[in-house]
Design a protein around this ligand. Sequence first.
Ligand SMILES: NC(=O)c1ccc[n+]([C@@H]2O[C@H](COP(=O)([O-])OP(=O)(O)OC[C@H]3O[C@@H](n4cnc5c(N)ncnc54)[C@H](OP(=O)(O)O)[C@@H]3O)[C@@H](O)[C@H]2O)c1
Length: 312
Amino acid sequence: MNIFLTGASGLVGAVFARAAARRGHRVTGVVGTYAGELDGVAAKRTVDLTDEAATSAAVLDAFPDAIVNCAAVSVPEQCELDPARAQVLNVALPQTLARLAHHVSARFIHLSSEQVFDGTRMTPYQAGDATSPINLYARQKVESERAVHAAAPEFATTVRAPLLMGDSPGGKRSLHERLLADWAAGRTPRLYTDEFRQPCTADNLAEVMVELCERRDLRGVMHWAGTELISRHALGVRLRERFKLTEEQAPITAVTRAETPDAARKRQACLALDISPLAGKLKTRPQNVAEQVEGLKVPPPVRDWYLGLAKC
Ligand SMILES: NC(=O)c1ccc[n+]([C@@H]2O[C@H](COP(=O)([O-])OP(=O)(O)OC[C@H]3O[C@@H](n4cnc5c(N)ncnc54)[C@H](OP(=O)(O)O)[C@@H]3O)[C@@H](O)[C@H]2O)c1
């Protein structure tokens, strides 16, 4: 299968390219600013995806069997800093890609987020539950879902993903990479004891997305995540243990939502997803937290610091 991948240099896109190549697919991977090599990408294209004409030309040139959209402004705080750019990348881009998928009869896989829900309940959200976004990023994700499925109802699948772990191309994107960077710089991260997520790895999500490219019968909005709900603080402790660091080497300050005035307004307390409808149809298995943390690597930016600790 010929796959057109946006966000090939991102946390998910980079591992998707590798997973798709392992399954024998040919990936045309679009990057924005990333200059390095990307395993699994047969043809790398640098395209500004805010340019609709350039995006359309790149898709039509590739004439793909599947379009996979991993490009986005994926950090909520960055959406608030530049809402107009975020609107283009998070809403207009997926809509354009969905229209193009419809035009060339290609499968379309789009990524949305657990954050489409307000997180005020402890029980898992179903894919059909009413959305209730509480920040700009989440509102844009809801808007993108509607635009995508209106434009390409017969071709599109949206996966709502949870907090993602994994090794990113630049080594600075994911949770363990940011925690290790804090510890290396002598900072003490503050992690919530009462904010719960159901994380999975980008690798595991990528396997799901490859399967979805191959399964035209699975359309609509679906949920994927890991098997465990865990607080951000507990996850930080598990990551500290994974890298065999002591509390002195890797301190964490435990905080509660009540201590942070903005938390209730912009952050969801608990985001649990019911993944059973999709899990029941796929070969890829969801992972528990132990399985997720065991494969994580020390990222290049902090490798010297980490190796230095071992010598002490
Ligand atoms: N990470 C998470 O925890 C998480 C959780 C739930 C859902 N999601 C969703 O999953 C998807 C993938 O997220 P991610 O974490 O992999 O994202 P990411 O690591 O932030 O990567 C974003 C990608 O978008 C590309 N991009 C941004 N602006 C561009 C532009 N103007 N032109 C071309 N490319 C551009 C970047 O390319 P360059 O770097 O080359 O510029 C990069 O490849 C997103 O839809 C995100 O909302 C992520």
